[in-house]
Design a protein. Structure first.
Length: 294
């Protein structure tokens, strides 16, 4: 149902994988547990699980100040945020204004940055924050700037999320610090879902991305520091397989929508204690290819 959706369009968003993550919760006795996303972005899986009552609390983190400001402003000033969405003018002049605010995101007012992030996320092609506006600057494209801005629908999603404010924690830390300092304070009955920036081409998608050595370092941190159940998702490639050698993994095909729709092979990696749900329980995923250890 649409009111469970995150209000953000996210390049590489994983919302449609929520039934699989739900299966992981069930297979591991974690229904109703705490749930964590150290690389939250649009937090599509987190919102589905929380609003459907599958987990009791979600802990989100993202190092991007725009993403953080969006979630913080929505949770702390929901009426003001919804009012801003309700009366937002959708045109290229206003879009340029939001671009300016986002460019100055490290110094501008937090609410304004959160709203600018949301505006650009909904009005830019594929939701890419430093990308172009839908329809082009001359608005002669088939789709116009407002094509992905269904106000009432977005407001009802935001109201549903804001109503659970007490069960949503949000941080703006580097993931490494978050995993080392925040996650250890959470109960043993917790699922940590790490969805780092893609190994390949992430620089085109997010203001904050990783170099190969960062991916390697976070792989070490995840595998050493998280005592609770954890899962990691990635674009499938040899380097990532090497960083998580010996772990159970699950490869599947996913339709992307950033830039152009195509099928890519993606990967879930599981901590040793985490049971992998059976293939038959993957209703929302196109195709499960294999469940194996690297
Ligand atoms: C693949 S996206 C997450 C998408 C999310 N799972 C969803 O469904 O919307 C990766 C996110 O990690 C964030 N990020 C990048 N580097 C980070 C870091 N060092 N620490 C924390 N977050 C980071 C990016 O800002 C981006 O939002």
């Amino acid at each position: 149902m649409s009111q469970y959706k995150t209000p953000l369009r996210y390049p590489g968003g994983k919302q449609r994988l929520w039934p699989f993550v739900d299966e992981i919760l069930i297979a591991n006795g974690l229904a109703g547990a705490d749930y964590v996303e150290p690389f939250a972005g649009g937090a599509g899986v987190a919102m589905e699980l929380l609003l459907r009552g599958r987990v009791r609390r979600v802990h989100l983190n993202d190092s991007c100040i725009g993403v953080y400001s969006f979630w913080h402003s929505l949770l702390n000033e929901p009426e003001r945020f919804c009012a801003a969405v309700s009366r937002a003018s959708l045109n290229v002049d206003k879009w340029r204004r939001q671009q300016d605010i986002f460019r100055n995101r490290h110094t501008a007012d937090r609410f304004d940055v959160g709203f600018a992030m949301f505006y650009l996320n909904r009005c830019n092609r594929s939701g890419i924050l430093n990308g172009g506006v839908i329809g082009g600057l001359d608005q002669t494209g088939e789709w116009k700037i407002d094509a992905r801005f269904p106000r009432n629908e977005l407001i009802s999603r935001m109201e549903a999320i804001a109503a659970r404010k007490g069960d949503i924690k949000i941080r703006n830390w580097d993931a490494e610090r978050f995993i080392n300092q925040y996650v250890p304070r959470l109960p043993e009955r917790t699922l940590v879902y790490c969805d780092p920036p893609y190994f390949r081409k992430a620089d085109r998608l997010y203001p904050n991305h990783y170099k190969p050595e960062d991916h390697q370092r976070i792989a070490v941190v995840i595998q050493r520091a998280i005592s609770q159940h954890w899962i990691v998702s990635y674009d499938s490639c040899n380097e990532i397989q090497a960083f998580y050698r010996g772990r159970k993994s699950f490869q599947y095909l996913l339709q992307y929508n950033a830039a152009k729709a195509y099928k890519g092979s993606e990967l879930f990696i599981f901590s040793n204690q985490t049971r992998v749900p059976s293939r038959s329980s993957l209703p929302a995923i196109d195709m499960a290819l294999s469940a194996s250890a690297f």
